[in-house]
Design a protein. Structure first.
Length: 408
């Protein structure tokens, strides 16, 4: 029968992708719960109540000398109910170093299982009672070993097209800020630009029992990061005070008020992230969102690494559709046709503009395709994308003085 057939097309409006920027995972010391979960399982949570339903409660922490419940609570207190959190309980003999090791079955297995969904990874530990490390750089050496392994884990995950920002519990600070390891030192620092060492604490948790005394509330930091846009600093004052049950402290088990401004300035300068008070404001805030690398690194802060990694995911997803496609070349020169160049430019730019620039996460984006490249010989198209980030107000200087109008 003669007719006019109409087919409904889809996918041309350029709508934003699902926002998974705040999806987090936590690895921490715990014990199994009969008929609920075993060590090494990956538990999917959307609220603190989900953890409680699995038997992870305050009583669970006390009985097992764990802080799994408190880390989950810290996360949800700051991320809000409904945030996506995956938890892998492991034995307290598993070091943070081993948790991050790409050759072992903790973080790599968790990330593989979740197939790139995780953007933020939290590494915590409450060691067995007999654990007696030789402290170095004023911290448990497991902290620095884990940070190094975490950067290698990031590199491995990036090659799999699923970059992840990693937060290490900076446990067991020994109290002398001036002697702490300088994470930002050009030659002896950690050179880990996707890894944050967090050494702040909720002192009310530090006092729960001996094993908790040297803990750091890294999940509170991760919760705030999960709740904000990728370009935003977790220490942003406008976002309000963080949720904390007691007085802020450091992972020495000591209240923050016991440390001088000089002490805190030293830790901040060395690249540690922790909890502070700001004069004139009620409550507590994060000092910054440092990464454990030299300050000249473009990704020296979490709010610099997250946008780049988000853009990398977007560009890969966009260009994946173009793989093994044929493209037009100029019949005389063999170079890419102008229409092809324009196509590849707009594809990636549009994706980043819709999913990032429209949300205020970056200031601008541009992509360059070299028209002279020889695709007939290489079978590949090389592009260069440049992102203009949002600026960050790290300090404000005001010159304030009196003025006499008669002297004008």
């Amino acid at each position: 029968m003669n007719d006019v057939k109409v087919t409904i097309g889809n996918g041309n409006l350029g709508r934003a992708s699902q926002n998974l920027d705040g999806v987090a995972a936590l690895i921490g010391s715990g014990v199994s719960v009969v008929d609920k979960f075993a060590l090494g399982d990956v538990l999917a949570l959307r609220s603190l109540a989900d953890a409680v339903n699995l038997g992870i409660t305050g009583a669970y922490d006390t009985a097992n000398k764990s802080l799994l419940y408190h880390h989950i609570k810290h996360f949800y207190d700051n991320a809000g109910e409904g945030a996506e959190l995956y938890v892998m309980p492991v034995a307290n003999t598993v070091t943070m170093d081993n948790m991050c090791d790409v050759t072992m079955t903790h973080a790599p297995a968790l990330l593989d299982k979740l197939k790139g969904r995780v953007r933020l990874l939290i590494i915590t530990r409450v060691p067995q009672t007999a654990y007696a490390p030789t402290y170095t750089g004023q911290f448990d050496p497991d902290v620095f070993a884990a940070a190094t392994k975490a950067q290698a884990l990031y590199a491995s995950e990036f090659l799999k097209h699923r970059p992840v920002q990693i937060f290490i519990e900076g446990r067991a600070f020994q109290g002398t800020a001036a002697s702490a390891k300088d994470l930002r030192h050009a030659s002896t620092g950690l050179n880990a630009n996707r890894v944050t060492v967090f050494c702040g604490a909720d002192n009310s948790v530090s006092l729960l029992y001996t094993e908790a005394n040297k803990y750091a509330a890294v999940s509170a930091f991760a919760g705030r990061v999960a709740a904000i846009a990728v370009q935003r600093n977790a220490g942003r004052v406008k976002d309000g005070a963080i949720a904390l049950a007691g007085e802020a402290g450091l992972s020495s088990g000591t209240k923050i008020s016991a440390f001088t401004g000089t002490d805190l300035d030293a830790l901040d300068g060395f690249g540690y992230t922790f909890i502070i008070q700001r004069d004139g404001k009620t409550g507590y805030f994060f000092n910054n969102d440092h990464c454990a690398c030299k300050i000249s690194d473009d990704m020296a802060h979490v709010h610099r690494g997250r946008p780049i990694d988000k853009a990398a995911r977007l560009v890969r997803e966009t260009y994946l559709e173009e793989l093994l496609d044929d493209v037009e070349v100029d019949a005389t020169t063999g170079k890419l046709a102008a229409s092809v160049i324009k196509h590849y430019q707009r594809l990636a730019e549009k994706s980043v503009e819709i999913n990032m620039k429209a949300n205020g996460e970056i200031s601008g984006v541009s992509l360059f395709v070299d028209p002279a490249q020889n695709i007939l010989s290489t079978d590949k198209i090389v592009t260069v994308m440049r992102i203009v980030p949002k600026g960050m107000v790290n300090a404000i200087e005001v010159l304030l003085s009196y003025s006499n109008p008669l002297n004008s």
